[in-house]
Design a protein around this ligand. Structure first.
Ligand code: GDP
Length: 140
């Protein structure tokens, strides 16, 4: 199986409740290595670009408001099958539908304030990583 990279965000509802370490522990326990990480405050422009795919959705404005409401931790995760492995440990978008033991089941507040983001495919992971990290910031 190929070693893959995926992009992760610990969202403002998570940083606000001091859950960075708890969530990182779940990520690492799932077999993923955090090969880059920084805490930033997203601008509205960054959040709008990042979630451009959802621009026409009714919750887009709410999503940009939320993602810029506090600090986030952006990360690059590495491991075998990293994209799917990370999606598994995150759990479903809606925490009420997330499986037991997943990050969203354990920590998410709602479908909007759901603690974490993870890329949905290797191709989107590459684009998302490039939006926030330069090559020399990623140390595998
Ligand atoms: P993900 O890949 O599991 O994060 O889910 P999506 O790509 O479908 O949605 C992106 C993000 O938009 C989610 O993680 C939520 O933060 C937000 N979102 C999705 N659906 C809703 C919704 O119905 N209401 C609100 N307020 N936010 C939503």
């Amino acid at each position: 199986m190929a070693i893959e990279r995926t992009f992760s965000i610990l969202k403002p509802d998570a940083t606000e409740r001091n859950l960075t370490g708890a969530i990182n522990a779940l990520i690492e326990k799932a077999g993923l290595r955090i090969v880059a990480q920084k805490r930033i405050r997203m601008t509205r422009e960054q959040a709008g670009t990042f979630y451009a795919v959802h621009k026409e959705r009714p919750f887009f404005g709410e999503l940009v408001d939320f993602m810029t409401s506090g600090p986030v931790v952006v990360q690059v995760l590495e491991g075998e099958n990293a994209v799917l492995k990370h999606r598994d440990v995150m759990g479903a978008t809606d925490p009420s539908k997330a499986a037991d033991g997943t990050i969203r089941k354990l920590h998410a507040k709602s479908i909007g304030e759901n603690s974490v983001h993870g890329s949905d495919a290797p191709e989107t992971a590459a684009i998302e990583i490039a939006q926030f990290f330069s090559g020399n910031e990623i140390v595998g």
